[in-house]
Each structure stands twice: as structure tokens, then as C-alpha cells.
Design a protein around this ligand. Structure first.
Ligand code: NAP
Length: 336
């Protein structure tokens, strides 16, 4: 069986996903493309030698009879509209983060999916598909560490452009931790605070960088996440779990160790795409398999909503310096 996919948004990640659907993954074929800029679609078709129809209107692509499932990889503020339209059409939809730019928008999607009576949505949170995070979760769930008490995390990028703003440290960067740490601990957040260390001279004048986000979970676990998006040296994701009886760390990505010129060294990645390349493959293959088998098990619309609720609180905490409560409504039975 092959799943016919339509892709809305053929920018950076859209192209990557089209390439993996066409060249790496099984049981999928990209049959339709849409982008606000038609040239982007034409370029992808010629670069990858695709046989795909170009639709000038995303809603026509969603309605097209040959399209069985949709990938939404357009600009974040467009996601809510396209995901709601896919649900209305009864088609499965993989939506890159954010599911919607507000928690309210995510809730609309949750309500529409529940009303449709069928899970149709997977959110593009790829870290739960990363082999390192999976190994770390297996250790936590295995109980050797005892109960987790504290987490020390870091999300560092070598540099960001001038368009990157202080709130994007939450909505674009921390959002991945907000999702994966909930999943890792099987817990929800109850409060957030943001503090600002001394600013790096590498950050643009309008950007506060680095930042430290302090989270507390319902079980009382304390989490600190350093976000440092102009760290200069590499793309570095760290996570250390301190438990009652021991400590576990996220494994480092594989890298050859060299001995040269009186130095022992291992490389550090600089490109986020390379750090999670395998996770993106596993994540999308999971979506394809789940759509074909009719059992959606990946990060859900509820997970998208939960991350958005926490992100809203973190942005408020950035602005007022207070400890901001995070209130999650009970998880609907539909998502249990
Ligand atoms: P991008 O390179 O700007 O690509 C977005 C594409 O969507 C562009 O081609 C853009 O056209 C097009 N577009 C904008 N509005 C549209 C509309 N109304 N209808 C159809 N197409 C439209 O951005 P990106 O880096 O690929 O990011 C896309 C999304 O993926 C973002 O939400 C981002 O947060 C997410 N993302 C997730 C990850 C992850 O790790 N999971 C990584 C990267 C990105 P123009 O260029 O002409 O505006």
C-alpha cells in the first residue's frame, strides 16, 4: 500500500520532508504540492524529479481526491487554518510545529478532532523519535535512577539571524524541550520563570541571549533549561536527569575521536538538521505507517496544545520576571 501525500509549504523543512518521502521512506509518494510562491514548487519538482501536481490554492490541494494525507510545512501562522481544513476533509495531517501560534488555536484543533471522532493529527515534534532521548527515557522508566528529581538542560545554537527575537527563544527554540521533557517525565508543567544572565556580545541589540527557563512539574520535578542561541561553538543539545539513586545523561551524537597535534578531540555538530536527521526519518515513517494502519500514535494535537500552553506562560514570564502558573485542563479521554 502507498500513501499519496500533498505538501503545503515547500521551504526548508518542506523540501527535506518531500525528499525523505520520495527517496528514503517506504509506502509514501508525494503527489501534490502547494506554496504561496509557485516557483518553489517548480524548483522542488525539478530538483527531485517528482511527478506531482502543483495547486495554487492550499484548500484545493486538501480537497483533491488523489491526496490521502497532508503535510503542513508552511509558515507557522498558516498551520491552524490548514490543519482545520484537513480535519474537515477527514484527511490525516502531519503539521510541523507550531500546531497553531496560540494555545487557543491549538484548542480549536483539539475540539475539531474530537468532534470528527477520529485521530487525524500528528505534530512535528521529532525529539521523542531521537534514539538518544528514547534511550534516556528507557533508563528513567526502567527505575534504576529512582524517581527523577531535577533536570539540567541546554539548547544551544551557534548563531541566529537579526530576525530572531527574544520571544522566539521560547516559541521556536524551547518549544522542543517543552514537548520532549513532558514526554520524558510523563508529567505536566505547573509553573515557569525566566531569568537573564549576563548578555553575550554576539547577540543582536534587541535580543536577550542567553536565557534560563525554570520549570516545575506537577510531580515537583525542577527543570532548568539554558537557551543560548549565539553560543558560537556549535549546535548542542544537553539533558541530564538527576534521580534519587543516580544520574543519566542524553548521549552525545556519534563523532569520531581524533588524536592529533597533542590534542584529543571529538567534533561538535553545527547544523540542527544533522543532529536530528534520523529522528525526522523515523517520525515521518511513523506517520505514514500510522495513517495506513488507521492508528495514530505520534505526538498528538493535545501534545501541541500542551506545549503551546506552557510556551504562553514562558513568554509571560519573560516579560514580567515572575513565576507564572501553568494551568492545563484535564486531558480529554480521546487522547488517553
Ligand atoms: P521556510 O523555509 O520559510 O518555508 C515555509 C514555506 O511556506 C515557504 O516556502 C513559504 O513561502 C511558504 N508559505 C508561507 N505562507 C504560505 C501559505 N499561506 N501557503 C502556502 N505556503 C506558504 O520555513 P521552514 O524553516 O521550512 O519552516 C516551516 C515550518 O516548519 C515552521 O513552522 C517551522 O517552525 C517548522 N520547522 C520545524 C522544525 C523542526 O525541527 N521540527 C525545523 C524547521 C522548521 P515564502 O518563502 O514565499 O514565504
Amino acid at each position: 500500500m502507498t500513501l499519496n501525500i500533498g505538501v503545503i509549504g515547500t521551504g526548508a523543512i518542506g523540501r527535506e520532508h518531500i525528499r525523505r518521502c520520495s527517496q528514503v521512506l517506504q509506502h509514501a509518494r508525494v503527489v501534490a504540492l502547494n506554496d504561496i510562491n509557485r516557483n518553489n514548487c517548480e524548483q522542488v519538482i525539478s530538483e527531485l524529479g517528482l511527478q506531482a501536481e502543483i495547486y495554487d490554492n492550499a484548500h484545493d490541494l486538501i480537497a483533491a481526491p488523489e491526496v490521502q494525507a497532508i503535510l503542513v510545512t508552511s509558515w507557522g501562522p498558516t498551520h491552524e487554518e490548514f490543519v482545520l481544513a484537513a480535519i474537515k476533509a477527514g484527511k490525516a495531517v502531519f503539521c510541523e510545529k507550531p500546531l497553531a501560534v496560540t494555545a487557543q488555536g491549538c484548542m480549536k484543533i483539539v475540539e475539531a478532532e474530537i468532534a470528527a471522532g477520529k485521530k487525524l493529527v500528528q505534530v512535528g515534534f521529532m525529539r521523542p523519535y531521537d534514539s538518544g532521548y528514547r534511550a534516556l527515557k528507557a533508563v528513567i522508566d526502567g527505575g534504576t535512577l529512582g524517581e527523577p528529581l531535577m533536570l539540567h538542560c541546554a539548547h544551544r545554537n551557534p548563531a541566529v539571524g537579526d530576525a530572531y527575537t527574544t520571544d522566539m527563544a521560547i516559541t521556536d527554540t524551547l518549544i522542543h524541550e517543552l514537548d520532549v521533557l513532558r514526554w520524558l517525565l510523563n508529567d505536566d508543567y505547573v509553573s515557569a520563570q525566566v531569568i537573564y544572565p549576563r548578555k553575550t556580545r554576539h547577540a543582536s541589540s534587541h535580543l536577550k541571549d542567553p536565557q534560563i527557563v525554570l520549570l516545575e512539574t506537577a510531580k515537583g520535578i525542577r527543570i532548568d533549561v539554558e537557551i543560548f542561541v549565539n553560543c558560537a561553538y556549535g549546535y548542542d543539545i544537553q539533558c541530564e536527569v538527576v534521580g534519587e539513586s543516580g544520574i543519566a545523561r542524553l548521549p552525545e551524537p556519534m563523532s569520531v575521536q581524533t588524536r592529533h597535534a597533542a590534542q584529543l578531540s571529538t567534533g561538535i555538530l553545527t547544523d540542527w538538521k544533522k543532529r536530528f536527521i534520523a529522528a525526522y526519518d523515523v517520525e515521518l515513517q511513523d506517520f505514514i505507517n500510522n495513517v495506513l494502519s488507521g492508528n495514530m500514535t505520534g505526538p498528538s494535537a493535545w501534545d501541541g496544545y500542551a506545549a503551546a500552553v506552557a510556551a504562553d506562560a514562558c513568554v509571560a514570564a519573560q516579560n514580567n520576571g515572575d513565576i507564572v502558573p501553568i494551568t492545563m485542563p484535564p486531558r480529554p479521554a480521546f487522547y488517553c
